[in-house]
Design a protein around this ligand. Sequence first.
Ligand code: SAM
Length: 278
Amino acid sequence: MRIAEALSTARKKLSSVDSPTLSAEILLSYVLSCPRHRLITERDKELSPGDREKFFQLVEKRVTHFPLQYITGKTEFYGTELRVQEGVFIPRPETELLVEELIKMLNKEDTFLDIGTGTGCIPVAVLMNKSAAFCFATDINSTALQVARENIRMHRLEERCQLFEADIFPPVDERFDIIVSNPPYIKTSSIASLQEEVKYEPVLSLDGGETGLDAYRRILSGAPMYLRERGYLLLETDPSVLTGLLELARNSFKILDIKRDIQGLERLVLLERKGSSD
Ligand SMILES: C[S@@+](CC[C@H](N)C(=O)[O-])C[C@H]1O[C@@H](n2cnc3c(N)ncnc32)[C@H](O)[C@@H]1O
């Protein structure tokens, strides 16, 4: 079977998933370990029986909506390649908004804390753009921590990022300039209606409890102890939990800004820890 035929057959099989053509090309370039454009220039080349078998096995896996990123073991975030694997949340483009804001806010040698770091996408993207900043990051999921460690090492950032397997806050006596988080914030009752692909991701990274606010509540109640006076808290959110989040924040924080993503949805909340004179 030639490359062109294999792609055409795969496209038909993949008609029930998003972007069947792109999915087929990504899977075949993964199997052949070649860049995607080579599939076009070598479209008449015969596939070996082994490659053909492997390719169609992966196509069948993708037909079940198993995420492409888990098959290829990588994803792109803020222009950088990251490792990812089953058992770890796949970074979303929406989170690039948080990265962009954090890069703007950080002064030269500031230290920030990332709660629920997943693949470590936020520290990697930010530290690559802020060469004197320092980061502490936590996750309760040991598989995520392992992947985050690989990503930090792959981008040579070990000297400026400390990772902790911890429940929300790290076991350190430290005050941070900024705390950021993209915590689990989906209401438990909404998990069953999520896109099929998302159901392959760890529920721990999605489930925010009955109101979606469980993780926010814990972050907001602990953050004043870990933030310097007038330090900032930058939280990714979703319109479905925004009102509840702002309610929880009012006690100890000033609400400085709510930013929308490119789809116009409220996606980011910027809070400032109240000072003793507020
Ligand atoms: C929505 S994912 C975000 C991951 C990553 N920051 C990103 O933006 O792609 C939420 C992350 O929080 C972690 N998490 C959930 N509960 C936690 C807890 N109690 N303490 C620390 N991390 C937690 C999950 O394991 C998951 O990696």
